[in-house]
Design a protein around this ligand. Structure first.
Ligand code: GDP
Ligand code: IMO
Ligand code: MG
Length: 428
């Protein structure tokens, strides 16, 4: 069988958890491949709402095996708490959650560094989730990282902690005026998770490859999104991993040829949390309406999300970068609350009309959106289950986006509930 990647085309929170949940009815495995608990993926099932941070959203579907891949950074305390909370709500988690032994661990000093750096940057801050994600990936690349497997060899763990702290402690003491971290305290903290994590530790890449050979379906669930990608996003206002399709291969340990479908998820409008350019951002009452109706507050940090119109040049560029085979359009119902809908179809940069998505960050900061205006539909669409059920204006909006992006829609989400969706040509 083949794998399907579900990834965000914009700045995150596109509804990837919700789309994965819809697809997970039909798969054996769901795997996270990048990011950590900076992600917040919501799945709604009836009255129940699950906000998942590290555990893949497949956990909500009985029998689905969930893997946290080598490319994910894991805060063991957050993982333990998330598993505990899910089990308390009646889900079986530990028998079907696996964590790759190569995944790196988010340490308390990573979180402290994240927070100090943001304060030091002042108005140039990135607006991180303050979960220590960036500093953990930095250590991974610098080869100072502590991995899940290190918990099982205390000698190695202490040696690695000593190496990791050599420079850091002098930064904490001399730059930030803080107490240094103690190797024994940190080792004891990590060892306290040993019994919890041991039964879940696995070579998840090998497990996924075997599953694919055994004709199982695998779903790779992206965290963050394309415009937050460390290489391709709005750098430096990005995350420290690669949420794009290349990251799915590296971060899960499966070969490119096993990926058959890539589903790009976008809202019917745009949101962003954190700082950085967002050409279509709105500051008027339409933004407030969308924020209230769409519940646009961060799943992880609770921050109010910035809101703007759909940015087609960005979405088209992201779709092309990831080679998407299908598009999933979410939160269409929220646009029922606005009279007239705008879609950005190009930019004006320093008085020049630009069609594509600019490479220069400076251009993006100056880009003024050029809009196409479409009539709204002004009626409740949450009960629509087929495209023809949608009001004509909504069908026109959806058709325009699909044609412009150039990939068939496999899902139009018209509400947060599991069944509030129009499913078309689902790609798995
Ligand atoms: P993710 O990070 O991409 O998984 O997205 P989040 O879960 O952070 O944010 C998406 C939010 O939109 C969640 O609160 C979902 O419950 C909600 N949601 C998803 N799809 C729809 C939809 O079609 N309509 C509405 N009204 N809400 C949706
Ligand atoms: P999901 O998976 C939205 C943003 C942060 C900040 C930048 C860097 O739920 O879509 P980081 O903590 O990663 O160093 O922060 O990235 N960010 C997200 N925004 N959704 C997310 O995840 C995000 N994960 C990180 O707000 O701008
Ligand atoms: Mg989210």
């Amino acid at each position: 069988m083949t794998a399907t990647v579900v990834l965000g085309l914009a700045w995150g929170d596109e509804g990837k958890g919700r789309v994965c949940d819809a697809l997970a009815s039909d798969v054996g495995y769901v795997s996270r491949y990048s990011g950590g608990n900076n992600a917040g993926h919501t799945v709604r099932v009836g009255e129940e709402e699950f906000a998942l941070h590290l555990v893949p959203s497949g956990i909500v579907r009985e029998g689905v095996v969930c893997t946290i891949g080598n490319g994910v950074v894991v805060n063991p305390e957050v993982l333990a708490e998330e598993v505990r909370a899910l089990e308390e709500r009646g889900l079986e988690v530990r028998d079907r959650l696996l964590v790759d032994g190569r995944a790196h661990l988010v340490m308390p000093y990573h979180i402290a560094l994240d927070s100090h750096r943001e304060i030091a940057l002042g108005s140039a801050r990135i607006g991180t989730t303050n979960r220590g994600i960036g500093p953990t990936y930095e250590d991974k690349v610098a080869r100072y990282g502590i991995r899940v497997q290190d918990i099982f060899d205390e000698g190695i763990l202490r040696t690695k902690l000593k190496a990791a702290l050599r420079e850091k402690n002098s930064i904490f003491e001399n730059v930030y005026g803080e107490e240094p971290y103690d190797v024994s305290d940190l080792a004891a903290w990590l060892l306290s998770f040993r019994d919890f994590i041991e039964p879940m530790v696995a070579d998840t890449g090998t497990i996924l490859r075997e599953a694919l050979e055994n004709r199982q379906r695998v779903l790779l669930e992206g965290g963050q999104a394309t415009l937050l990608d460390n290489d391709h996003g709005t750098y430096p206002f990005v995350t420290s991993s690669n949420p794009t399709v290349g990251g799915a291969i590296v971060g899960s340990g499966i070969p490119p040829r096993s990926i058959e479908y890539v589903i790009g998820v976008t809202k019917a409008y745009t949101t962003r949390v954190g700082d950085g350019p967002m050409p279509t951002e709105l500051f008027d009452e339409i933004a407030e309406t969308i924020r209230q109706v769409g519940g646009e507050y961060g799943t992880t940090t609770g921050r109010a999300r910035r809101v703007g119109w759909l940015d087609l040049p960005a979405i088209k560029w992201a779709a092309s970068l990831n080679g998407i085979t299908h598009l999933a359009l979410t939160l269409l119902d929220v646009l029922s609350a606005v009279e007239e809908i705008k879609i950005c179809v190009g930019y004006e940069i320093d008085g020049r009309r630009v069609e594509g998505y600019p490479m220069h960050q400076t251009d993006l900061h100056h880009a003024r959106p050029v809009y196409k205006t479409l009539p709204g539909w002004g009626e409740d669409i949450t009960g629509c289950r087929m495209r023809v059920d949608l009001p004509t204006a909504a069908q026109d909006f959806v058709g325009f986006v699909e044609t412009e992006v150039g990939a068939p829609l496999c899902m139009i989400s018209v509400g947060p509930e599991r069944d509030q969706a129009i499913i078309e040509r689902i790609g798995t």
